[in-house]
Design a protein around this ligand. Structure first.
Ligand SMILES: Cc1cc2nc3c(=O)[nH]c(=O)nc-3n(C[C@H](O)[C@H](O)[C@H](O)COP(=O)(O)OP(=O)(O)OC[C@H]3O[C@@H](n4cnc5c(N)ncnc54)[C@H](O)[C@@H]3O)c2cc1C
Length: 417
């Protein structure tokens, strides 16, 4: 029997992965898809994360879809809101809006009699031949389990759910966290804070880069006028990101060079030996996703800033107590404490063949064939799923490649006899 209909596809999530998948399906003639997105807008992390100082740490001309080149980014490293605007523009340009259901959280997905049955939080049900999870790894905020957290009388805000109503100017601020977000928010809040204390259990190597470098208008105009040059720039950056992947994963003179640069950034920018000691990680540069900033070392050395590396033991009504018994009085507590990465796709209940749950399938950790196919879950694909976010290659490129792989399976499904 040859199927006489197009495969029906449900995509969960309208971030980079969901948008890349939808456009790729459309480009290959698959039109029967719907995107279910729990947020009130598209864009994924760029919709949910709106904290001060949020900036892409990948050159904007690379952090974009190959099918939607944008020659006129305002800066070499675009701000979060500019990237979010780009996502809205892409959705508009490819006429995806009619296919997207916003405020539609999938709570249950079950493979039953050869089809996926999906239930939303409001009880609505959908069925499809294929289910594509583009739900994001950095989605569910991680709130640390620190004793007394709910006793604090001031404001607590997680960077991933920033609340513009929280006043930070003139306040005593504590930031817990030292990853890319911790570094960005310390740089952004320090200039107007009465005092800012960063609590960092593990300091990170911070590479200096000109994060505020504007893209000159003449460059934007030239790239707009010459799409071939813009495409060549994108290809060049993609090639460059391949070198970065090599630097991150293999010993070589190139890796040693970048590691020396990381040490030099710290030595040149932080003159105080005691602070430099505190800021020196106990592992080699490039062993974690690299933090990049043009302003962090300046911010943490400002007279109103302090770095605390003592462990946080308790949150009190008025502040933070550390292992050395010191009390740090604060008004605002900012949690730059990341995401529950191992809860990828959860809390959605996912059941594959013979009722296999995702928790059982992944009892030893998340894994998928070619980052996308999970044994026991037929016709389910993940995009930017397990092992995709390597931190050194273009995620748009990665998502587009996975989407093309999915297209091959949709073709086989359509032509199966
Ligand atoms: C603060 C921050 C800054 C970052 N900066 C960079 C950077 O500079 N460079 C870089 O390369 N990467 C960066 N990243 C990594 C970023 O995660 C990826 O670049 C990319 O945006 C991930 O896209 P995604 O579509 O896989 O996931 P997401 O953007 O997380 O999108 C997933 C979408 O799925 C939706 N969803 C989840 N569960 C459900 C459900 N059950 N039902 C319905 N919808 C659901 C979510 O609401 C979300 O909109 C950053 C991440 C964060 C959090």
């Amino acid at each position: 029997m040859t199927l006489d209909r197009e495969p029906e596809v449900l995509i969960i999530g309208a971030g980079v992965a969901g948008i890349a998948t939808a456009v790729t399906l459309r480009q290959h003639g698959f039109e029967n898809f719907t995107i279910l997105e729990k947020g009130s807008d598209v864009g994924g992390v760029w919709h949910w994360n709106r904290y001060p100082g949020l900036t892409c740490d990948v050159p904007s001309n690379l952090y974009q879809f190959s099918f939607a080149p944008k020659p006129d980014w305002p800066g070499v490293f675009a701000a979060g809101e500019q990237i979010q605007r780009y996502h809205r523009e892409v959705v508009e340009r490819f006429d995806l809006a009619p296919r997207i259901e916003l405020n539609a959280e999938v709570v249950d997905a079950e493979f039953d009699s050869g089809r996926w049955r999906v239930t939303l939080d409001d009880g609505r049900e959908y069925t499809a031949d294929f289910l594509i999870a583009a739900t994001g790894v950095l989605h569910t905020p991680n709130t640390p389990d620190i004793p007394g957290l709910n006793r604090f009388a001031g404001e607590i805000v997680h960077t991933a759910r920033w609340d513009d109503a929280v006043e930070t100017a003139g306040k005593r601020i504590a930031v817990i966290g030292s990853g890319s977000t911790g570094v960005q928010i310390v740089s952004a809040l320090q200039p107007t804070a009465a005092h800012l204390t960063q609590f960092a259990r593990t300091p990170q190597w911070v590479l200096w880069a000109p994060m505020n470098l504007p893209q000159p208008r003449i460059v934007s105009a030239a790239l707009r006028a010459a799409p071939a040059v813009n495409a060549a720039l994108y290809d060049g950056l993609l090639w460059g990101s391949g070198i970065l992947a090599d630097i991150v994963t293999r010993p070589s003179w190139r890796r040693s060079l970048v590691q020396s640069y990381a040490r030099l950034c710290l030595r040149v920018q932080v003159r105080d030996a005691e602070l430099r000691e505190k800021l020196t990680p106990d592992y080699q540069p490039l062993c974690k996703r690299q933090v990049i900033s043009g302003s962090y070392y300046r911010a943490i050395q400002a007279p109103n800033a302090e770095l605390v590396t003592e462990a946080v033991t308790e949150i009190t009504e008025t502040g933070i107590r550390t292992a050395d018994g010191r009390e740090h009085d604060i008004d605002v507590l900012v949690l730059a404490t990341g995401f529950q990465t191992h809860n990828y796709m959860r809390p959605m209940r996912l059941r594959g063949r013979d009722g296999l749950t995702l928790d059982d399938a992944w009892s030893k950790g998340p894994r998928a064939y070619a980052m996308t196919a999970i044994p026991g879950f037929p016709n389910l694909f993940t995009v930017l799923g397990p092992n995709s976010p390597t931190g050194s290659i273009s995620l748009q490129y990665s998502a587009e490649l996975t989407a093309r792989h999915i297209v091959e399976w949709l073709r086989r499904f359509r032509t199966v006899t």
